[in-house]
Design a protein around this ligand. Structure first.
Ligand SMILES: [Zn+2]
Length: 350
């Protein structure tokens, strides 16, 4: 294990869409834009900003046009949005979204309940969406839900997933994001399926969208890394995973993902403290504490003002991916411990 870890992976931030659509308190467009701006400042390079699904289905994201109009000018950052059909695409194409995302399920029952079509009907409907998006120069992402388990059917046949990924690639989808929608996956199956998909379609075509509903998301990330996956979806703070919200999604928290990756010597380009601040700013607006373990443990540090020129985050065990990776060329993790500073804050965790 850990012999072929990459130097860098992409954290695909889906908080403004997948996260906020599962929160009970809707945010205003201004707050959403400020959140996206804070994510950009933290170094996030791919951000799913909103959704062009009809507001009847996702009222939390009814302000898609407003949000898109306020997206920051950020060279090197790619913004995406969910589109359900050609109508949604037409709305998206009037904005400067770089990429659109279509969605369907690996299991028939979930697809029918979620988007009221068979999987084959969904694929047929998306043909025009993908063609027109590509003709307009936009990228296309495809979400496959219930890859590792369906709430109605139970286990999902991995062969059905492989077939579906092939069909999406044939339609012209650039990247397929494999969703553990109900958070039931465990590492061995994630590894086996990811390995096969990487072999069949290449790592550039794939992403993992893991949910932490049963606490296995980070272990599954490690399995995915080992299998060659290089793009992982997550939400800042674990947005959308509120246990009090009906239909809570249990999204993997971006901070937990970044902390683990950096600790393993894998770069993300993201500043963990800035990302945590972006998430913390949402708590008073949403009316509840966020789920992320790292946000909880870092909170005392990031909310402390700088004193005597000291970094307030000092002493909070923030791993630097570069110092964790041996410079000798071998891709192994250096066995050095992070230095805890003297002024470590211990309040609240006794
Ligand atoms: Zn999700």
């Amino acid at each position: 294990m850990f012999e072929s870890l990459p130097e860098e992976v992409t954290v695909y931030e889906v908080g403004p869409r997948d996260g906020l659509q599962n929160e009970t308190v809707p945010l205003g467009a201004t707050d959403k834009i400020a959140f996206i701006q804070a994510l950009v400042e933290a170094g996030v390079k791919r951000i799913e900003a909103t959704s062009f699904v009809h507001p009847k289905w996702i009222p939390q994201l009814a302000d898609a046009e407003k949000v898109c109009a306020g997206l920051p000018e950020a060279p090197g950052v790619r913004f995406s949005a969910l589109v359900p059909n050609v109508k949604g695409l037409e709305r998206a194409l009037k904005t400067r979204i770089h990429e659109v995302a279509i969605f369907l399920s690996a299991s028939e029952s979930h697809n029918k309940r979620n988007i009221h079509r068979t999987v084959a009907e969904s694929l047929a409907d998306y043909r025009d969406v993908v063609t027109q998006a590509r003709a307009a120069g936009r990228g296309v992402r495809g979400y496959v839900s219930t890859v590792f388990g369906c709430p109605y059917e139970g286990a999902v046949d991995p062969r059905a997933v492989v077939r579906l990924v092939g069909e999406l690639k044939a339609l012209g989808v650039d990247e397929v994001s494999l969703g553990d929608t109900i958070g039931v996956a465990t590492p061995a199956e994630v590894y086996t399926l990811s390995k096969q998909l990487v072999r069949d379609f290449g790592a550039k075509s794939l992403a993992l969208h893991l949910h932490n509903t049963r606490g296995t998301a980070l272990a599954n990330v490690v399995a995915g890394l080992e299998a060659g996956i290089r793009v992982f979806d997550s939400t800042a703070g674990g947005l959308g995973g509120c246990p009090y919200a009906p239909g809570a999604s249990g999204n993997l928290a971006s901070e937990d993902l970044v902390y683990m990756l950096h600790g393993m010597g894998i770069r993300t380009g993201i500043d963990l403290v800035k990302l945590t601040r972006a998430s913390k700013a949402l708590e008073p607006l949403l009316g509840h504490a966020l789920e992320s373990n790292v946000v909880r443990s870092l909170s005392m540090h990031v909310s402390r003002p700088a004193e005597d020129g000291q970094d307030p985050a000092q002493g909070s065990f923030i791993p630097d991916p570069d110092s964790r990776r041996q410079k000798s060329g071998a891709d192994v993790i250096a066995l050095e411990k992070p230095q805890a500073s003297k002024n470590i804050v211990t309040t609240f965790n006794q």
